[in-house]
Design a protein around this ligand. Structure first.
Ligand code: GAF
Length: 375
């Protein structure tokens, strides 16, 4: 594809999407998350050009965009090219001189489904563009740069989770990340456990107002605790006792958002310990609690996702189910006994369609490695 279009042999890179097992809306509160890189990914093929242009072909949109490498846009324009061009802008801001190049992009991470197609696109572009100038960064630093693409160029106020797991995921493992210092530990996912991802087909976007509102509400609660006892710049530093003491001073919604975030951090660390011990029943139990908290206290779910979780809980083989990602739609993650996964996926799809009239996409996935060069 790249060779035929640009008449140049490319270097090829891949970066995965992700599913988060537990730890939702905790990353920007400097808390804990436990995502997994999945076998849906974005590929980038890159070759240098000598005319000073940046030409990007997006196979999924059948669209080509051309930019002048010497006159980069300063901000996004709500177009898919914001993600690759945001990477170029941030790397330029870091002092790299990025020459002209041709870039071909293709991906199978379902778009707008909460599986981090945008993070995969940023990370794969960063690897590709850095290869042009013989530069590289350690995975955690690369993730921070790509998060800045979202925050500073695209205008989405997200945390570090998605870029981090895309850059640093490990095959057959979940990654418990401390979003404060970016230290992490890997926990193996047992071979007899399948990751069944069920797309409600309700579109999800973190650029939308709900993500921002929830973040602001939880941060308002944090400010109240911090005013009382100091040392609480983020909800990561708050406790349930703090909430019990000062919750009555908070707007009711802020209180509930903070209750979710503080308790979610506790659940996420507990789930990682359970996973390390191979205690899958406990992991599943915590995922169930996390969904209830996400839905009832954080109000980050939607009727379709709640239904998908409820239906999953009726089926044989389920270990744990919850809505994954930024919320208000997208996918649920179901940990399912491997030998029951196929029947589980079929039955879940049927029952969901019967109740909603919507045909869901259900995928049996596995934990993949992080971003890397293919050739
Ligand atoms: C989205 C964001 F991009 C992440 O940073 C994270 O906040 C997540 O929503 C919610 O846990 O994926």
């Amino acid at each position: 594809m790249h060779l035929a279009r640009f008449h140049a042999e490319p270097a090829i890179f891949v970066a995965p999407g992700r599913v988060n097992l537990i730890g939702e809306h905790t990353d920007y509160a400097e808390g804990f998350v436990m995502p997994v890189a999945i076998n849906f990914a974005t590929l980038a093929a890159i070759s240098p050009r000598s005319d000073g242009k940046i030409v990007i072909w997006a196979e999924n949109y059948s669209e080509e965009k051309t930019f002048d490498a010497a006159a980069l846009p300063a901000k996004g324009s709500k177009h898919w090219s914001d993600y690759p061009m945001g990477v170029v802008a941030i790397l330029t801001g870091e002092g790299h001189k990025i020459p002209g190049f041709s870039l071909s992009l293709w991906g199978d991470v379902p778009l707008g489904s909460g599986l981090s197609s945008s993070a995969a696109l940023e990370v794969v572009t960063a690897l590709a563009v850095l290869s042009l100038i013989d530069a590289s960064y350690p995975g955690p630093v690369l993730a921070r740069l790509c998060q800045r693409v979202e925050n500073e160029f695209v205008g989405a106020n997200c945390g570090i989770m998605d870029q981090f797991i895309s850059a640093n995921g490990k095959e057959n493992h979940a990654l418990l990340l401390d979003c404060r210092d970016l230290s992490f530990r890997l926990a193996p996912i047992p071979a007899n456990v399948a990751l069944v991802i069920a797309n409600t087909m309700v579109k999800h976007s973190i650029a939308g107002g709900d993500y921002k509102t929830r973040r602001a509400e939880s941060e308002a609660a944090c400010a109240i605790i911090n005013d009382h006892r100091g040392g609480v710049p983020f909800l990561r530093d708050a406790t349930l006792e703090d909430l019990a003491k000062w919750g009555h001073e908070m707007e009711p919604k802020s209180y509930l958002r903070a209750k979710h975030v503080i308790s979610e951090d506790l659940r996420t660390v507990a789930a990682s310990e359970a996973l390390l011990k191979g205690d899958m029943a406990e992991v599943g139990r915590l995922m169930g609690e996390a969904h209830t908290s996400y839905s009832k206290d954080f109000e980050g779910s939607c009727a379709e996702a709640d239904l998908m979780v409820e239906l999953a809980n009726e089926l044989p083989g389920l270990i744990g189910a919850r809505l994954t990602g930024g919320g208000f739609g997208g996918c649920t993650i179901n940990l399912v006994e491997q030998d029951k996964a196929k029947a589980f996926a079929e039955e879940l799809g049927k029952r969901y369609e019967a109740k909603t009239g919507i045909k869901p996409e259900i995928h049996i996935c596995h934990a993949s490695g992080g971003a890397h060069r293919l050739s």
